[in-house]
Structure formats: C-alpha cells, structure tokens
Design a protein around this ligand. Structure first.
Ligand code: SAH
Ligand code: SF4
Ligand code: F3S
Length: 449
C-alpha cells in the first residue's frame, strides 16, 4: 500500500480540501502517514495569499530534495498550483504533479498516473463539476469540530487579493445539502461546525431548497437559522465581509443559543481613502455602525479582524486612522499583515511605495496598540464562566487541556485528556497574550465540598 504524506498551508478552505483529499485517498487504497520520511508520495497543499506563504512551497520541496533519501513523488496542490499551472515545473525542480483547487476531486487518479510512469501531469479542473462538497465519513482535523464549506470562491476582487484568481467565482451549496451534512455530523459525534467560505455573508444558493420557512433579509441569515434548527450544539461561521454583513445576522445570533457569539469581520484599513483604493466597497462609518450593532447584542459577541499595513499609497495619517479604528472597535483578536504585492492583482500595478522598514514599524506599532486594547477587552471574561469544547492536551503544560469557548477564545485549564470531546464550564481566572486561563467549575465545586 502506497503511503501519502499531506501538508497543508493557508486558510480553512485548504484545510477542508485536505480533509477531502485524505478521505478520497484512504478510500482508494492509499495509506495516509504522518511520517514524511516514510512516504511514497508527498503532497503540499499551498497558499498564495502573501509572498511568504508561497515561499513555503519552494522551501519545502528543497528540503525534501536535499534530505538524502530516495525522492518520493511530489505533488503540488492548492492555490499556487491553480495559479501557476505547468509553469511550476520550470520553477521547481523535482515535482511530479500539479493539481489545482478546482481538481482536488481527481487526486487519486492523478497520483496513480504518476505511479504508472506518466510525467508532468497538470490538472486544473473545473471545480463546479469535480468538487466533492459533501464527502461522507471524512478524515478530519479534529474528531469533534467540522468545517463545512458553504460558499466557494470570491467575486469581490479586492485590489490586493489573489483569492478570486486562485479560487474562481462564488458558488454556494444548497441549504438542504448543508443541513443534511450537519445532521449527519451531529449523529457521528461532531459538536461544533464551522460554516466556511471566503465571504460567508455573500451566500447565495441557486435554489431556496432548505431555506423555506426560515426568516431573514439575506439567504445567509436564513441559512444560519436553518442550521441552528438541526440542533447541533455549536455553530461558528467565517469569514464575514463587511459590505454583506447585515443586521439580520446579529438578530439570528440573538435568537439562537447554538449560533456562537463570535464574528470575524476583517476591516483591512481604518482609512476611507485606503479602503477605496482596496475596493472594499464600504466606509469606516458604515463599518463602525456594524460594530455598534454587534455590541448592542445581549450575547457579548466577540469581534476579530484582519488588517493590512503598508498598502500602496498608505500615508502616516491613513495609518493613524487604522490605529484609531482598532482602539474604537476593541477587537478580541486581530491578524495584522504587511502588504505583499501579488502578481496579477490590480494593486500589483500600483507603486509598492511604503518602504519595507516603514511597513515593519507600522506593523509593530499596530500590534502593540492591539495587544494593549485586547488585554483590556479580554479582562471582561475574568470571573465569568465560559463553555469550553475541550479539543486537546495543552501545548505548554502537562497538567492542562485546551479548547475553544463559544466566543472562539483558546481556553486552557487543569484537567485530564479524558475530557477531550466534552463541553465543560470553565471559570476564567487570567488573561494571557493569546488565550485565557481558568478553572473547571465542577472540579472547583468538588474541591470545596
Ligand atoms: N475573504 C477574507 C480574507 C481572505 S485572505 C476577507 O475578505 O476578509 C485573509 C487575509 O489575508 C485578508 O483578510 C487580508 O488581511 C490578508 N491579505 C490578503 N491579501 C494580502 C496581500 N496581498 N498582502 C497582505 N495581506 C493580504
Ligand atoms: Fe480576497 Fe477580498 Fe475576496 Fe476576501 S473578499 S477573498 S480579501 S478578494
Ligand atoms: Fe491562501 Fe488560497 Fe486560502 S491563497 S488564504 S489557501 S484561498
């Protein structure tokens, strides 16, 4: 039996694709292995969103080639594969196959062709036809949490972003199929589902099937209510796109306990001028109104974001506007990136005129402002009790386990591995830089007794 090692970079769409690939391969008689040095086939599922992400592919293939062992079959999957196609054979020595995001459904056939001696295989496919949205019995990144892609691709064409080119146009899965797979998951012990897509709020299925009877102004909020009605314990969703993020989403969260109190709403910049150059299609004023509406919810919804610093033409004043916005929004977490020009995007044609040192300086300043603001914000959890889905043994302490709260914070607490998979009440005692520390309530009660 041929052994396959699969490594994944990039966003949850890639993680989800990798789950599909692993499942397909296992069904077709391959063995998935976590030992790269023993694999006959090494697959790298790539990301192209920033230059550094893309660079990882080149480093990885180089390392495999120089490892001294006989060369395995090397396959490049994912966004770099889709964008570069056969030019990858010229750029990287030693690779055997290139399989785009739209062709992942054919992974086993393509590997078999390489094993049978065929060379230089490129398959960029047609996702709409080949993508297996709802594999049954998938191999998951976690036994209790499942990713459910609800919309694939992106139509937004933000000027800096490669995703619309690597993932193609938006295609939404029908609500009845989504609901059916969530019901299946519930039966097989999944406790938390993440409805995923580049812009989940842009969810627009071609049929109303499965949404009948669910209220809401947008198909997405109706889908949220339909998934909530399955009775699955926790539902999270990301990423949200500010322009399509409507109040009816917050209303649905307010009315359904199993819709989790966390929204990832990337703002990218705090300056209208920069947002305009990015073609995000919203203003800071309209974004702030959405933040205000989220804050008005009785559910204490945590808000997280993504921000790019050093976009072409970003002035000191523009950057200071971003700093002010971060202070206004009080994010529970923010992912900050230095602008990275991506060939083929409209922004690539603009002068990348913020000097590299200046980008670093802005990055560090924003990071420290966010850290301070986040620390203040997270203090509100101290003394509160959060429901934590225990996912694994904690990384830093032998005596601790780790999981996520409904507001998507990492929570660590003292407990044994037998708790993995259960939802427990944890009273928060301390705020760490990127996590919360607490004490399991039942345990505390028994100690007091
Ligand atoms: N669909 C999501 C995000 C997709 S990419 C959205 O619209 O928000 C994830 C994040 O990577 C983006 O939010 C952005 O902050 C960052 N990003 C995308 N392209 C980038 C680039 N060229 N340079 C730096 N950061 C980038
Ligand atoms: Fe990229 Fe913009 Fe689409 Fe997000 S919405 S994936 S940032 S083009
Ligand atoms: Fe990267 Fe592709 Fe996702 S470029 S962020 S893996 S859609």
């Amino acid at each position: 039996m041929k052994k396959v090692y699969l490594e994944t970079f990039g966003c949850q769409m890639n993680v989800s694709d990798s789950e599909r690939v692993a499942t397909t391969l296992a069904k077709k008689g391959f063995e998935m292995t976590s030992r790269e040095d023993q694999a006959d086939v090494v697959l790298i599922n790539t990301c192209s969103v920033r230059e550094k992400a893309e660079q990882k592919l080149y480093t990885r293939v180089g390392r495999i080639r120089n490892s001294g062992r006989s060369k395995p079959v090397i396959g490049v999957l994912g966004c770099v594969a889709q964008l570069e196609g056969e030019t990858l054979f010229e750029k990287i020595e030693g690779i055997d196959l290139v399989l785009g995001t739209k062709a992942v459904g054919r992974v086993s056939e393509v590997i078999q062709r390489v094993l049978d001696g065929e060379e230089g295989i490129v398959d960029l496919g047609e996702r709409e036809k080949d993508y297996d949205w709802t594999v049954s019995d998938p191999q998951r990144h976690s036994p209790h949490v499942a990713f459910v892609p609800i919309i694939e691709g992106c139509n937004k064409f933000c000027t800096y972003c490669i995703v619309p080119f690597s993932r193609g146009r938006e295609v939404s899965l029908s609500a009845s199929e989504i609901v059916r797979s969530v019901l299946d998951m519930r039966r097989t012990g999944i406790r938390e589902v993440h409805l995923i897509g580049q812009n989940v709020n842009s969810y627009r299925p071609t049929t109303d099937s499965g949404l009948e009877g669910f209220k809401g102004d947008t198909p997405f909020s109706r889908l949220l209510r339909a998934v909530a009605a399955t009775g699955i314990e926790r539902i999270k969703f990301n990423t949200s796109f500010p322009r399509d993020f409507k109040p009816d989403i917050v209303d649905a969260i307010n009315e359904h306990e199993n819709l989790c109190n966390w929204v990832h709403l990337p703002v990218q910049s705090g300056s209208d001028r920069v947002l305009n150059m990015m073609k995000r299609g919203h203003t800071i004023d309209s974004y702030k109104r959405k933040i205000d509406y989220l804050r008005s919810s009785p559910r204490d919804i945590s808000i997280t974001t993504d921000i790019i610093v050093g976009f072409p033409g970003e002035t000191r004043e523009d950057f200071e506007d971003t700093v002010s916005l971060v202070e206004y929004a009080g994010y529970d977490a923010a992912y900050i990136f230095k602008y990275s020009p991506r060939p083929g995007t409209p922004a690539y044609e603009m002068a990348d005129d913020v000097l590299s040192e200046e980008k670093t300086e802005r990055f560090l300043k924003l990071e420290s402002v966010q850290r301070r603001s986040q620390n203040e914000r997270l203090k509100r959890y101290v003394g509160k009790t959060l429901d934590v889905l225990v996912e694994k043994h904690a990384v830093r302490s032998d005596a601790q386990v780790s999981g996520h709260s409904t507001c998507h914070k990492v929570v660590n607490f003292e407990g044994s591995d037998s708790l993995v998979g259960s939802i427990v009440k944890v009273k928060i005692s301390e705020v760490k830089s990127n996590s919360l520390l607490g004490v399991r309530l039942e345990r505390q009660a028994s100690l007091l007794a």
